[in-house]
Design a protein around this ligand. Structure first.
Ligand SMILES: [Zn+2]
Length: 222
């Protein structure tokens, strides 16, 4: 008889688009139970509300990181004019002014995780550099936002295909997070490791230093 052996991967968890009073507390409980530290990329329009801020403060107190994930999250930065792109970044940065975390973190949104010229805006990149942000992208998007019950199987398969996964999940009220506890159990049982740091391939800007060519992520010049 042969033992079944699983490929062992490293997994960094992130939860985007919250905080949500009906979901984020459950996510925080699951992470505490499994002793995993993660990053929450929050929307300015949610974290600026008193209950949203309280949830993000609780996340930080529990050892998690909180990052700026734009204010509205409706139109990718590269498709906005300079003033609107800056407002998406700046208004959210202001809503997070209570946060003393080094480096400050930013994640643009791609629309279902897609990369391309729509992702960043030059004005925002300028600010990320000037203010020594770390920009955190992703390499594993199992689609919990569109498939609340099927994402887990896809994620369990997908994490085995790379050494270090920067996994994007969402603390949104669509039911997907009711599988989180079982998901984390299964990952541990399969021997995977958790980290709070980010894989280099997902960090185009680190502490304000540009580490990879950004042209593919910026609007094409005329
Ligand atoms: Zn998002």
């Amino acid at each position: 008889m042969y033992e079944v052996s699983h490929a062992v991967a490293r997994i960094t968890l992130s939860f985007d688009n919250g905080p949500e009073p009906s979901v984020t507390p459950h996510v925080l409980e699951c992470l505490a139970k499994h002793e995993i530290a993660a990053t929450f990329f929050v929307l300015g329009r949610k974290v600026s509300l008193p209950e949203g801020r309280a949830l993000s403060e609780a996340a930080v107190a529990a050892g998690h990181r909180v990052g700026n994930h734009t204010w509205n999250h409706r139109t990718p930065l590269g498709l906005l004019d300079s003033a609107s792109a800056m407002a998406e970044f700046e208004d959210t940065a202001n809503a997070l002014s209570w946060l003393s975390q080094t480096p400050p973190l930013f994640r643009p949104f791609g629309g279902a995780g897609s990369f391309g010229h729509h992702l960043l805006h030059p004005s925002v990149v300028e600010q990320l550099v000037a203010r020594q942000y770390t920009c955190v992208l992703w390499n594993c998007v199992p689609g919990d936002f569109r498939d609340p019950d099927g994402w887990m199987e896809r994620a369990l398969h997908d994490v085995k295909t790379r050494e270090w996964n920067m996994l994007v999940l969402h603390d949104l009220p669509n039911g997907a997070m009711r599988h989180l506890d079982r998901f984390l159990h299964t990952l541990r049982d399969d021997g995977h490791e958790f980290a709070q740091e980010y894989p280099d391939e997902c960090i185009p800007i680190k502490d304000g230093r540009i580490l990879m060519p950004l042209e593919p992520l910026l609007p094409a010049a005329d």
